[in-house]
Design a protein around this ligand. Structure first.
Ligand code: ADP
Length: 161
């Protein structure tokens, strides 16, 4: 059985992430979306909030589940019999960082873990969680970029600040 993990901050999940999830769900038997807690960035949403939004967003896919984790991704993968990492590539700017991480994960795992890159759909090439947060902060409608329930949560978040 092929199991892949799609790790990220997902702060919050966007249609760009969901496009990668949908496409990987048709390539692998099982896809685990892994929400990272040990993030150098300070996230807007808590780990639990990010997990709940993702769960709602992926509920139509029977072979996709959502987990949270801290520590090293490859340790989680070894413990759970997962050998493929899925990452999205938007632009050349993503490439250098992703290449370095993919190669080091392969080295540290003694060639047991590989990374599969899905290039972004042209519709979402410009889209990032940061851009969505910036628009939402100033009250701009973000429903073209994220599901409605995520847009509502962003609205709530920024009216509390
Ligand atoms: P990070 O993991 O760097 O904190 P994110 O949580 O925002 O970043 O993204 C997780 C993964 O999803 C990364 O592989 C990223 O390149 C990819 N991704 C983010 N936005 C898009 C998009 N619009 N299209 C395709 N892939 C994307």
């Amino acid at each position: 059985m092929s199991r892949a993990i799609y790790p990220g901050s997902f702060d919050p999940v966007t249609y760009g992430h969901l496009d990668v999830i949908k496409r990987s769900a048709s390539m692998f038997d099982e896809v685990i979306v892994g929400v990272l807690s040990n993030n150098a960035k300070s996230p807007l949403f808590s780990l639990e909030e990010r997990r709940l939004m993702l769960e709602e967003a992926v509920k139509e896919y029977s072979n996709v589940s959502v987990i949270t984790f801290d520590g090293l991704l490859i340790d989680y993968m070894k413990g759970n019999d997962i050998s493929v990492i899925v990452r999205g590539l938007r632009a050349v700017t993503d490439f250098e960082y992703e290449l370095q991480i993919a190669q080091s994960n392969r080295k540290v795992s003694k060639d047991t873990i590989d990374t599969v890159f899905l290039t972004t759909s042209i519709d979402y090439a410009y889209l990032s969680s940061s851009i969505v947060k910036e628009y939402a902060r100033y009250g701009t409608d973000v429903t073209d970029f994220v599901p409605d329930f995520v847009a509502d949560r962003l609205k709530c978040k920024f009216c509390q600040i």
